[in-house]
Design a protein around this ligand. Structure first.
Ligand code: GDP
Ligand code: MG
Length: 164
């Protein structure tokens, strides 16, 4: 059956923008799942010869006890458990924050392959120097993308499909 790629990371890093960009370009089905938070949605994507399903999640705020943020984290954990590959999204504009490290630790415990994405790199020339600090997460090469401007997505997807 088709591999599942979960899009995870803190709120506001651009997960849903990435989801919509990937789904909008090459979509066959987008489906809200009734009874599940509307933040967890699925789309079928084709890249080269690969067919897979992407899952958007509401986001992970590791230390929060807020009931909504806890429920978003639980939804993300379910998505992680069912995923074959995790697309871990971070935000170059905010830079590397403590919570990213905590999310990274959580993802490592899942033992799933992780592709580290640094989003909002709307200009490679301007923002690439800020991408390098994400190596500190210890998750390999950060993939710079702009979900909004559709930059870097091909190279990012090449990294994802290597794990299928
Ligand atoms: P999510 O909470 O991780 O799903 O993040 P969203 O997709 O809702 O995006 C949060 C904010 O970041 C929105 O204002 C988006 O327009 C913005 N955003 C998302 N992707 C990019 C990007 O590639 N570049 C810039 N500059 N902004 C982005
Ligand atoms: Mg979202």
């Amino acid at each position: 059956s088709r591999p599942v790629v979960a899009i995870v990371g803190r709120p506001n890093v651009g997960k849903s923008t990435l989801f919509n960009t990937l789904a909008g370009d090459r979509i066959s089905i987008v489906q809200d799942t009734p009874g599940v938070t509307r933040d967890r949605i699925y789309a079928d994507v084709t890249w080269l010869n690969y067919n897979f399903t992407i899952v958007d999640t509401g986001g992970i705020e590791p230390e929060s006890n807020d009931i909504i943020l806890k429920s978003m984290r639980e939804q993300a954990e379910i998505a992680i458990e069912t995923a074959d590959v995790i697309l871990f999204v971070t935000d170059v504009r905010q830079g590397l924050v403590d919570a990213d490290g905590k999310v990274a630790d959580m993802l490592r415990r899942s033992k799933k392959p992780i592709v580290l994405v640094v989003n909002k790199v709307d200009s490679f020339e301007k923002f690439m120097p800020d991408v390098y600090e994400f190596y500190n997460l210890g998750l390999g090469d950060p993939q710079p993308i702009s979900a909004a401007s559709q930059l870097g997505l091909g190279d990012m997807l090449d990294e994802v499909v290597k794990h299928f």
